[in-house]
Design a protein around this ligand. Structure first.
Ligand code: GAR
Length: 213
């Protein structure tokens, strides 16, 4: 067994008319961001990425946005005197782009109630563990160290406690004897790329149904 995905998977889940408008937050390599772009371009997910915001000027996600032709903004937290002023700038940018669902695709900043209350039940996060196990940073390292035989990834809605909101999708990935940080990260990452578009579709459907019937 390579992996096991726990999620509803109906064709209609991915259909949005008009297309769902997504805002992405990323801090790192950007492989989950890229997977989302691919899902929208393959028409697997009827959505468009209105804006990518990164907090690290030199992160891989920026280069991917440039090569994929996705609008992006660098909003570096180091340029703001407080967390709330940084978040307010992010909220302003997403509101201007008329974003419906925010996706934290490798966003390595704790978010406050300011952002969460601006997009209640509309912020989706991906985390490299089967939550509630191994919250926070270094989830893969934590799993390897603990000796568990299964880990994986979770897509969930963001609430005010770190890595704790309602689960939308989980994928189990077995840990083999020979696995190390690199091999396990690669296997989990591969499953993240499949599960994130599904989680985004679930959140998007709930939002559209609650607001537009
Ligand atoms: C992903 O594995 C994601 O689950 C993790 O950061 C990585 C980003 O990779 N997020 C967290 O640990 C959040 N707590 P990417 O930049 O290649 O998408």
């Amino acid at each position: 067994m390579e992996s096991y995905i726990m999620a509803p998977h109906h064709e209609s889940l991915f259909k949005f008319s008009p297309k769902l408008r997504l805002g992405i937050l990323a801090s790192g390599v950007g492989s989950n961001f890229e997977a989302l772009v691919k899902a929208t371009r393959d028409s697997f997910l009827q959505a468009e990425i209105s804006l990518l915001i990164v907090n690290n000027p030199n992160c891989g996600a920026v280069n991917k946005a440039i090569s994929l032709g996705i609008p992006y903004q660098i909003i570096d937290h180091r340029s703001f005197p407080s967390r709330s002023e940084h978040e307010q700038q992010i909220i302003n940018a997403f509101q201007k782009s008329d974003v419906e669902i925010l996706v934290m695709a490798g966003w390595m900043r704790i978010v406050t109630s300011l952002l969460i209350k601006s997009y209640p039940d509309r912020i989706v996060n991906i985390h490299p563990s089967i939550l509630p196990s191994f919250r926070g940073t270094n989830a893969i390292k934590q799993a390897l160290k603990s000796g568990v035989k299964i880990t994986g990834c979770s897509v969930h809605l963001v609430n005010e406690e770190v890595d704790s909101g309602p689960i939308l999708v989980q994928v189990a990935v077995p840990i083999l004897k020979e696995d190390n940080q690199e091999s396990l990260s690669a296997k989990v990452r591969k499953q993240e790329h499949k599960s994130l578009p599904i989680g985004v579709a679930i959140a998007g459907k709930r939002w559209r149904e609650a607001n537009y019937g």
